[in-house]
Design a protein around this ligand. Sequence first.
Ligand code: AKG
Ligand code: FE2
Length: 325
Amino acid sequence: MSEKPAVDDFVPVIDLSTRTTPGGRRRIADAIGESCRRSGFFTIVGHGVPQDLVDRMHHVTNTYFTLPEQEKDKSASVAGVSGLRRFLGTADTPPGLYEAFAAHATGDLPEERRAALGAYPATWKVANIWPDTPAAFKATWHEYLAAMTTLSEDVMRLFALALDLPEAYFDEKFDRHVSLLLANFYYPQPAVPPAGRIRRESHTDWGTLTILYQEDDLGGLQVLTDTGEWRDLPAVPGSFVVNIGDLMAFWTGGRWASTVHRVVNPEQGNTRSRISIPFFHLPNHDTSIEPIHPPTTGAQEFDRVTVGEWFSHKMRQTFAPELPA
Ligand SMILES: O=C(O)CCC(=O)C(=O)O
Ligand SMILES: [Fe+2]
């Protein structure tokens, strides 16, 4: 990767360790607000998630992805999204250079409670499919989901402070959250992929807040800067990358940025696989998203939309654009 620094004003490193002191909390919220206005991306350290949990999460996830195909097929999703997904592609859309495993915070609820999560097909209504191997997989994912939920709730309170709202403003909008935990496994690249094929196409995230773990020394994640260049986002050891998605941009009337990012292939000669684990913190499915403050003049207009409506629209657009809206 290029030699650009991991630390700059576009994606600052924000230390959360003083967030329990009043002065520290205000300073952190201000720094978060500034980076959300500029890039919508920042790196957090001092977040309090034990490194041991992150290491175990990486270990069980990597063990799962490197199992024989027949073993992984036992936990492949049939219809819907939870479970393993391989992006096999069609003649028009070439196969992805990765596969993914997903589980929802709602995915272990009884069927009737999941069915009540919106009158549309939604991935958070699908049951989680847990692999038996490795044995610690499900327990570790549950533990990590809980840690990410707690951290996200705290970041949302810092968001509220940064937006001059009461600190608990967002709490009730997430008390039945439909968050998604995903692991991306980017295949090893022993041969150079065909021109134009990269590990992950450019996209914005759809939700409110993403907390991403990426392996320390591999690189590949890039963010589009406000001057139109791709900027590498190498991992700072022990950190997570935090970014906001489209719904947070709506909520802030466009004051905060949902920024395009992608994952490029490793340099030639580096054949290693890469794992990233984004946690998409998503509000209750029926939360109505509309600008909290009046939009600034000249800002894009935002229609009111519920979380469920927005996600079904994005799913349809991404995976079945030929179907009528
Ligand atoms: O692999 C990464 O570093 C980023 C993945 C990502 O952007 C996503 O899953 O939305
Ligand atoms: Fe993303």
